[in-house]
Ligand binder design. Sequence first.
Ligand SMILES: Nc1ncnc2c1ncn2[C@@H]1O[C@H](COP(=O)(O)OP(=O)(O)OP(=O)(O)O)[C@@H](O)[C@H]1O
Ligand SMILES: [Mg+2]
Length: 224
Amino acid sequence: MPTIVFVSPKGGVGKTTAAMILATQLSQGADVTVIDADPNRPFRSWSSGGNCPEKLTIVADADEENVIDKIEDAASKTPFVVVDLEGTAAKIVLLAVSQADLVIVPTQGSQLDAEQAGRALAVIRQQEKMSKREVPYGVLLTRTNPAIRTRTTAHIQQGLREAGINVFHSELNEREAFRAMFSFRQPLQGLDPKDVANLDRAIANADAFTLEIVDKLRDLRAAA
Ligand SMILES: Nc1ncnc2c1ncn2[C@@H]1O[C@H](COP(=O)(O)OP(=O)(O)OP(=O)(O)O)[C@@H](O)[C@H]1O
Ligand SMILES: [Mg+2]
């Protein structure tokens, strides 16, 4: 069943946040396994708060030696597998990408990060050559300003598309709620709107992103 892998060679671009949003939103209706393959194990810390949704399973002992087996095992058990990796170009990234049905490349809306996204795409190309198969992917703009769609963001999105790079239509805005998931160790639905500004908008943003990914996976499956 579909395995979605979050990749970026740069740290701190919002991989874990985007993976958390996708995994928790999906797990409202379907069984999901997260392979927490970052040695810092952010999902394990989050779930230790005791608020992990019933349908969400976290596998927090993946490493270079076992990551392919862990993904295969999870994919045989749950309809969705989400893989979160550390922000390096380590071998584990290449191994995880080899198992991916869809790779998501989070990128912050700054020129420098767009260049970093290029390095993530190089990993995808390398994998395509090794496995002689196309690896579906999309760049996800993260931490964008919800109030003004800055010229830089639009410029980067357009530049990426002109360069023939797939860019998701939805973006993840910079939202307090997306940080609060980690500080309160809750899925978005578990947060209290009294504690978190614009929670409803964050949930709408999370839903739009999740829907686009589900649609994309459906299209890929139909084309297969
Ligand atoms: N959409 C967002 N809105 C608000 N804050 C965000 C958003 N995305 C990421 N952040 C914040 O940015 C920081 C880095 O995000 P995150 O940990 O998701 O990045 P990462 O790519 O997983 O980093 P690493 O490479 O270290 O694993 C965190 O403090 C996180 O709370
Ligand atoms: Mg991370």
